[in-house]
Design a protein around this ligand. Structure first.
Ligand code: FAQ
Length: 312
């Protein structure tokens, strides 16, 4: 079959909403686009363990500690499913991690902000996992099979994460005056960075056109951002917190909120490596990778021995 026929077959599958699988023919740019997005997603999951991991030893109760530990472990698991999905596109784990460690690959801007108080752990679960799940629900229908299937399980876990974060916020907002202030302060600091998680405005998003054409993304950055605002503002109101946006206003005609513009200069600064915690996050990942080298080597040596036994 020549390339034109192969491409026709690929387009036909997409038009029938069938998944593209690892052994199927796919255009080179589709493969590259997926490697970029899935690997950045995987990196986000494992870098995302750091701001919350930072609070495991300081969780205010045994219950809170157990819940947080389970959540952080889940994020590690998400990273593993996603790295495996990326590897099915013919790139090795070593290469993917090397791209992260050398700063070639991005990870979500949100994880370059510090978690200063326990209320931040609530805000991360509520807003960051809330934004992540808003984006990931559509990714369950993404066109690449291994990515879509990974997202089904990830979404189930993310919805538990969102609820544990909101539970913390409910408790803090309904607590003492100081606790409520901490909750409001966390919302003030995490609101705008959470809106930035959806990426730049559609008009400035170079990857969206192909992503929509190839059914990798099913909705645009702005559509998802709008849905997130619509869903989250009433949740803040119920617990007596105020979203820090003076332009926020219900728009009856569009049945959604009008809201202010995130500071896109700040966003660009963070994704260029100059955010508050970029350096610290990368150093922590590189250190963890180096310190885990002996485990990987031992596992490989064990696997080789087992193979020798089977072959003998
Ligand atoms: N941060 O053309 P677009 C989580 C980059 S998971 C950093 O619009 P696209 C779970 C973008 O890569 C959170 N960079 O790009 C958790 C591109 O640069 P490139 C992660 C960003 O791909 C919770 C450039 O800007 N989720 O949080 C960001 O069409 C709690 C132009 O952008 C995913 O990765 C950003 N926020 O749309 C874990 C979901 N936004 O690559 C622990 C999958 C944009 O050309 C604790 N990814 N950029 O050099 C996606 O859906 C998409 O990739 C978007 C960006 C929507 C993130």
């Amino acid at each position: 079959m020549d390339n034109i026929q192969l491409e026709k077959g690929f387009d036909e599958k997409l038009s029938k909403n069938l998944n593209i699988e690892p052994k199927d023919w796919m255009p080179d740019n589709y493969r590259k686009h997926l490697i970029r997005q899935i690997s950045q997603h995987a990196h986000s999951e494992i870098v995302g363990m750091l701001p919350e991991g930072n609070w495991i030893t300081r969780a205010p109760s045994l219950r809170a500690k157990m819940v947080l530990m389970a959540k952080v472990q889940d994020e590690g698991g998400h990273g593993l499913y996603l790295y495996t999905a990326a590897e099915s596109l013919n790139i090795s784990r070593e290469e993917l991690l090397d791209q992260l460690h050398t700063g070639k690959a991005k990870y979500s801007s949100i994880f370059n902000y510090p978690t200063l108080t326990w209320a931040d752990i609530g805000a991360v679960g509520w807003l960051v996992d809330g934004a992540a799940i808003m984006n990931q629900v559509m990714l369950q229908r993404t066109s690449y099979g291994p990515y879509a299937r990974a997202m089904v399980r990830i979404c189930k876990e993310e919805s538990f994460h969102q609820r544990q974060g909101y539970e913390i916020m409910c408790k803090m907002a309904g607590g003492t005056k100081e606790q409520k202030e901490m909750a409001q302060d966390a919302l003030n600091r995490w609101w705008w960075p959470s809106l930035m998680m959806f990426g730049p405005p559609d008009a400035e998003s170079p990857n969206t056109e192909n992503a929509i054409k190839w059914k990798i993304k099913r909705e645009s950055n702005d559509q998802l951002r709008q849905r997130f605002v619509n869903q989250t503002v009433p949740q803040a109101e119920i617990i007596g917190l105020k979203v820090p946006d003076k332009n926020l206003k219900w728009n009856e005609a569009k049945q959604g909120y009008d809201f202010g513009e995130p500071d896109w200069k700040e966003f660009k600064n963070v994704i260029s490596g100059n955010g508050h915690c970029n350096k610290e996050r990368l150093e922590a990942r590189v250190k963890a990778h180096e310190e885990g080298r002996w485990v990987r080597e031992a596992a490989m040596a064990f696997a080789e021995k087992q193979n020798e036994k089977v072959a003998a």
